[in-house]
Every structure is written in C-alpha cells, then in structure tokens.
Design a binder for this molecule. Structure first.
Ligand code: HEM
Length: 387
C-alpha cells in the first residue's frame, strides 16, 4: 500500500481551506490509504454515494466487525439495517410530527432578540452571541426539553466533535467518551416525563413500542439527536454567516423566497459542517481499482464529493438556484440525516431575521476556525451589524 501525504486534515492550511486539496484528490487520487488514520480515503461523489448506500458491504455498526460497543454508545447512528430500521422509523415519524412553521417563527424571533440593541460600530463574536445560543434554543425546542446551561453544553458538544476525529487523534477518545456519557445522562433526565406535550421526546414516549425499540436505544438516540442538532446548527449558522458577510449581495439574493430553498441547500453543499464520515467494509470489495479487505475502514469525504466536477458544474461557485443539487452534506442511505429539513429551516430563519430587518454582516477582525476535521466550524467570527 502506498502512502499519499496529501491529505492531512488537521494542518492549519486545511482547517483554513480544505477545498484546494479536495480538488487535487478528486483529480488525481480518488482513493488512497491514509497511514495515520489506518483507513482508505474516498473522495469522488459516485464512490462516496456507493459506500453510504451499500450497507450490506459497508457497515456503520462496528459490532458487525466483531467489536464490542458499550451501552452508552448504542444509538440509531451506530446500528445498521435491519436492526436499525424500526428505531429509525420511530425517530423519523416523531420528527415529522413537529410543527415546522411554529419552529421557524420561533427561530426568527430568537435571532431578532439576540441582535436587539446591537450598535453598528460595535463588533461582536457571532459564534458566542448568535450561533451557540441559537443552536441550543432550537435543539431544546425541537426535543421539547429544558434549555441546558450554555457553557456546560458547549463543552459536551466539543468533546464529542473531538471524538469524531479519533482516527486522527486517538488521545481525544477518553474525553470524547466522557462527553458522550454526560450527554446520555442529560438525555436520561428528559425521560420518562418531558416538560410539555409537544416536542420530539414527548412524541417518542407516546409512540415507542418498548418491545421493538428497547429503552436505552431510544434514550441514547434522543440525546444523540440533540447533539447532532446542536453541533450542526452551531457550525452551519457560523459557516453561512461568514459567507453572508464576505460574498457581496449573497444575503439579499438567498433571502428571496423563490431562491431560499435551493439557496440554503447550496450553502450546505458549498461549505457544510460535515466534512466526512466512515464505514467499515465487512466483505472484500474494490473501489477505483483498490482492493478493500474485510475489516478495512473507509472514510468518505462528503465535502470533497460535494465539489466533484463530474456532478457539480463550477463546483467552486455558489449557485443559489443549483438544481438538481445531489450534494452529500446530509449523507445518504440508511444513515442519511433526518434532521436536514430542521437544519435548513434554522439557517433559513437566520437569513430571514437578518434580511427582514435590513441588517447586513461585515467581518470586523480575523475569524478563526476550530481545529476539528470531521466537523468544519468557525470558532470566533467577529462581525459588525450594519443597517
Ligand atoms: C445543517 C445541518 C445538518 C447537517 C449538515 C447534517 C449532516 C448530517 C450528515 C452528513 C449525516 C450522516 C452521517 C453519516 O452518514 O455517518 C447526519 C446524520 C444524522 N443527523 Fe444530521 N445534519 C444536520 C442537522 C441535523 C439536525 C437539526 C438534526 C436533529 C435531529 C440531525 C440529526 C441527525 C441524526 C439523528 C443522524 C443520524 C441518522 C442515522 O444514523 O440514522 N441532523 N447528519
């Protein structure tokens, strides 16, 4: 096996802008063995799509590769069909039962409130002032649970984001597992009596068939959904804000009702928070001429696939009316994101809150990004608000 030292996702240039490297990989190295991660890295859209969809060959569940998984890590995201199917159906149906219009209006009101009284000449950090409290508020509203303490929760979420990079930085595993345990403890506190009658947790309690779904799987999955929601909304609202603040005319254009839906999808394609995910081959197979052995890990770089010129014309351009837009920013197959509509609704609400009040964002000082590879997120984004 050869080592291709081109992909080093924690290097500062990659954290800053991974897309030139993705373009090189897409053109020259559709698959390579990454010595550091001990995994195959796949970048092209067709190959990523295949790995995500062909769950018979590519497992998410490490137990199919003979690994033991402690109870606290067992949730919908690490199970595969057919075992996963009834649980996923339950979660999807509870998700669909939520009142999207009410959540959207609530989101717009929240963003307006967060920006009330902000003077145009006074810079502030978008991530701590808007992204973090907004993500916490939206995730709590979705699940119908009390809003946790912000700084405490930020620590849990960051620990879990670091855990996602375990292949690159195994030293983060103990901290990440401790964060997961704290998240599950938080999830336990929502059961068996949620605060109100609405919200996802109340739906789950009402709809769950304990015989089919098993108690800890539901509770762990609810906690996992809270974090999937918090982490991605935090990151996506930050990534989108940077684009809105730096690309001239983007906010006015994407705020147009006729373009909003395709526009938000395009922002997710262009610079989404989920850079990649992984699967374990459970049978020998071939990708782009490389022989993948059973037991090998395959990393799919979703963000690279989203810039594959074989599928997306002018991939480095934001085309708000791009249609079709088969991006993999929300994954695909049996683990595709079922919070995607809610995630897009949240980003759309931020756009609406800014535009309806005639507010514009301007970068006020050098922004910094978090040094995580799987999740791409701003750390500090100093902006001014102009009217
Ligand atoms: C812009 C926002 C979001 C992005 C970019 C995003 C991205 C993704 C991606 C790429 C996956 C697939 C991971 C894989 O295949 O390994 C995923 C799965 C998932 N997402 Fe999201 N997500 C977003 C928002 C949300 C929200 C708001 C929720 C709230 C419930 C959510 C819940 C989930 C869950 C539960 C899964 C796992 C599904 C399964 O394994 O069956 N996501 N997300």
């Amino acid at each position: 096996m050869s080592t291709i030292p081109v992909y080093d996702p924690l290097r500062s240039e990659m954290i800053h802008d991974p897309y030139p490297t993705y373009a090189r990989l897409l053109a020259e190295t559709p698959i390579h063995w990454h010595e550091g991660m001990g995994a195959w890295v796949v970048v092209r859209h067709a190959d990523c799509l295949r790995v995500l969809r062909e769950h018979e060959t590519f497992a998410r569940d490490p137990r199919r590769n003979g690994e033991k998984i402690p109870e606290f890590r067992q949730n919908v995201q690490m199970m595969d069909p057919p075992e996963q199917t009834p649980l996923r159906r339950l979660l999807v149906s509870a998700m669909r039962a939520q009142d999207k219009e009410k959540l959207f209006d609530d989101a717009v009101t929240f963003v307006r409130g967060a920006l009330t009284g902000q003077r145009p000449d006074q810079p502030f950090d978008w991530m701590s002032r808007v992204s973090a409290p907004f993500a916490l508020h939206m995730s709590s509203a979705l699940l119908g649970v009390p809003v946790p303490d912000g700084s405490d929760y930020a620590g849990i979420s960051h620990g879990i984001a670091l855990r996602m990079d375990a292949g690159l930085a195994p030293e983060n595993i103990p901290e990440g597992d401790a964060a997961r345990q704290r998240l599950n403890d938080l999830g336990e506190s929502w059961f068996p009596r949620p605060e109100g009658d609405t919200g996802l947790v109340a739906q789950l309690i009402r709809r769950a068939d304990k015989e089919v779904h098993g108690g800890h799987y539901i509770r762990n999955s609810a906690a996992m959904m809270f974090n999937a929601s918090y982490g991605t909304i935090f990151a996506m609202v930050g990534n989108a804000a940077l684009l809105l603040a730096t690309v001239s005319g983007l906010l006015e254009e994407v705020a147009r009702p006729a373009i909003r839906q395709t526009g938000v999808d395009e922002l997710v394609r262009f610079d989404g928070p989920a850079q990649g995910t992984s699967r374990i081959a459970v049978a020998e197979t071939v990708i782009e001429g490389a022989r993948i052995a059973a037991g090998d890990t395959v990393v799919t770089l979703l963000a690279a696939a989203n810039h594959d010129p074989r599928v997306f014309a002018d991939p480095q351009e934001i085309k708000l009316d791009r249609r079709p837009n088969p991006h993999l920013g929300f994954g695909s197959g049996p683990h595709a994101c079922f919070g995607s509509e809610f995630g897009k609704l949240s980003v759309s609400a931020v756009i609406s809150a800014l535009n309806d009040e005639g507010m514009r964002l301007r970068v006020a000082a050098q922004p910094t990004r978090r040094t995580t590879a799987t999740v791409r997120s701003m750390d500090v984004l100093p902006v001014c608000l102009e009217r």
